[in-house]
Design a protein around this ligand. Structure first.
Ligand SMILES: [Zn+2]
Length: 63
């Protein structure tokens, strides 16, 4: 839903990288992009690569 602020495995702050990753991810090699962003550990890389931003879809349904 919302990207976690810190990596759940190692604790590295990655929430601030999501916007850059999302903007530059269109068709590019995600591994190369993650290298450029300085994300080296595979726990953080997996978190960014597998995240699905569903907040806008879910926000339509108010309680
Ligand atoms: Zn990590």
């Amino acid at each position: 839903m919302i990207i976690p602020i810190r990596c759940m495995s190692c604790g590295k702050p990655i929430g601030g990288l999501w916007q850059k990753f999302k903007e530059r991810n269109g068709g590019a090699n995600p591994g190369k992009l993650l290298d450029e962003l300085g994300v080296k550990r595979y726990c953080c890389r997996a978190l960014l690569m597998t995240h699905v931003d569903k907040l806008q879809d879910i926000a339509k349904f108010r309680a």
